[in-house]
Design a protein around this ligand. Sequence first.
Ligand code: ZN
Length: 190
Amino acid sequence: MSARDHNSISALVEQLLQQLGEDPTRSGLQKTPDRVARSLLFLTRGYQQNVEELIHGATFEQEYDEMIVLRDIDLYSLCEHHLLPFYGKCHIAYIPRRHVIGLSKLPRIVDVFSRRLQLQERLTREIANCLDEHLHPWGVAVVIEALHLCMAMRGVEKQNAYVVTSEMLGAFRTKASTRAEFLHFIRGSK
Ligand code: ZN
């Protein structure tokens, strides 16, 4: 990710406005290229964030081996096919083997992976794998429920269809009762 130059992006947005038949010099649009460039850089800042750095020093040993669930984490991302937002909730659970992570880090991990161009399926997997690799827990579960504006706005007629994806690792994959307990915890959310 070398090129993330505000001025280059801004110039491209100005061209885009022209190509769309707009007049970038009219008063309402004069600052738009600059704003869009700033906004895009913000919405894709996950490329410049390092999840190792984020997690480093935030895990600690604790004798706790029950399920830890954090549900309803706000999630905003951009679909890589249309560059339109998809947004919703992320639910995370894990069963620590030895290491736990500060709870406030979970939404930040979600943020690092969602502030990029994404596919919901991949985003779900990346969050689960990240926790699996860094905590080596008995199991990790991630569920994302999201509304895709590329579906809602482009007349696919699934205006309020939530896309639900899940990734279950370890005990959540092998034990039906563990998975059921997690799904019970997150039911009624949204
Ligand atoms: Zn899309």
